[in-house]
Design a protein around this ligand. Structure first.
Ligand SMILES: NC(=O)c1ccc[n+]([C@@H]2O[C@H](COP(=O)([O-])OP(=O)(O)OC[C@H]3O[C@@H](n4cnc5c(N)ncnc54)[C@H](O)[C@@H]3O)[C@@H](O)[C@H]2O)c1
Length: 268
């Protein structure tokens, strides 16, 4: 069902890779709700060609940008401004740890990989916001959202350096969010999503057991990518104008549950 929540709103959605991506689902929901947007991803991801299907379905243009490159981001925002004028929403749905990919243990990180992963997963959010800031690209009461995970607050051993990257991402959200609020009336938040079977999610060792554990720990069960997309839409809508600088848990209650009966019963 559509509520027309994003009618007349324009934005950029970063990070749709395939139909499982949280950004892919979000793009579809934004389209259903009347939003218009540019789809962006790293040039290497665009070469897969899958994004064309989403672009067709949602009537969107694709503009490639490596989110760590200020030059690419500048070009992307210039083209977005040309096409739409100022923007109302931006989704940062980008993450990658080379240490996780290569199975490097947290006690044995490769620091070259760490720096690259940190740039992609955390600093890119600052770079996206700085580009938008310098070009005065956001409308008043616009909304900027990035996706994060509870490993920023609690230890998940196999999440490796992504845990630190998410903590940094959430810190950027608060700090840049202050200035966006104060000077531009724009809100900035992270959504901390349940484990979700996507390319990035499944890259974490032991992911399927972990997914089941989280599901049994959460009173409402794991939040799906579709449900996350709906939540992002509310954060882009005018119904959440005064929510800013927050880390918003979208996890079926996992983050505040000590232990569930189902999990406790396994130890009887
Ligand atoms: N899947 C989960 O369990 C889960 C849980 C909580 C939060 N998240 C977060 O959600 C976000 C989206 O991930 P997803 O699960 O949809 O997986 P995904 O693999 O579909 O999306 C990750 C995206 O990051 C893009 N990317 C990587 N390097 C880039 C670069 N240099 N420039 C631009 N884009 C780049 C990839 O191309 C891909 O589209 C990530 O921030 C992830 O950490 C995922």
């Amino acid at each position: 069902m559509s509520y027309g929540l994003l009618k007349g709103k324009k934005g950029i959605i970063f990070g749709a890779l395939d139909e499982h991506s949280i950004a892919w689902k979000t793009a579809k929901k934004c389209h259903e709700e009347g939003g218009e947007f540019i789809l962006s991803n790293a040039p290497v991801a665009l070469r897969m060609g899958t994004l064309n299907q989403l672009a067709e379905e949602t009537g969107s243009e694709i503009i490639g940008a490596d989110a760590t490159s200020m030059e690419d981001l500048s070009n992307l925002f210039d083209r977005a401004l040309e096409k739409f004028g100022k923007l109302d929403f931006v989704l940062h749905s980008i993450g990658m740890s080379i240490n996780v990919r290569k199975g490097r243990h947290y006690t044995d990180l490769d620091y070259g990989y760490l720096e690259k992963g940190w740039d992609i997963s955390s600093v890119s959010f600052h770079k996206v916001m700085k580009t938008a800031w310098d070009k005065d690209a956001m409308n008043e009461w616009g909304s900027i959202v990035a996706l994060t995970y509870i490993a920023a607050q609690r230890v998940f051993p196999d999440y490796s350096d992504m845990a630190d990257n998410k903590a940094y991402l959430e810190s950027i959200t608060r700090n840049f969010g202050y200035f966006w609020g104060k000077e531009k009336n724009v809100r900035v938040n992270t959504i901390s999503q349940s484990p979700t079977p996507t390319t990035a999610g499944q890259g974490v060792k032991g992911f399927s057991g972990f997914l089941r554990f989280a599901d049994e720990m959460s009173p409402l069960g794991n939040a799906t990518a579709d449900e996350c997309a709906s939540y992002v839409v509310t954060m882009f809508s005018d119904l959440t104008r005064k929510v800013t600088m927050q880390n918003l848990f979208h996890d079926g209650g996992y983050s505040t549950t000590g232990i569930s009966q189902e999990v406790a019963d396994k130890f009887l």
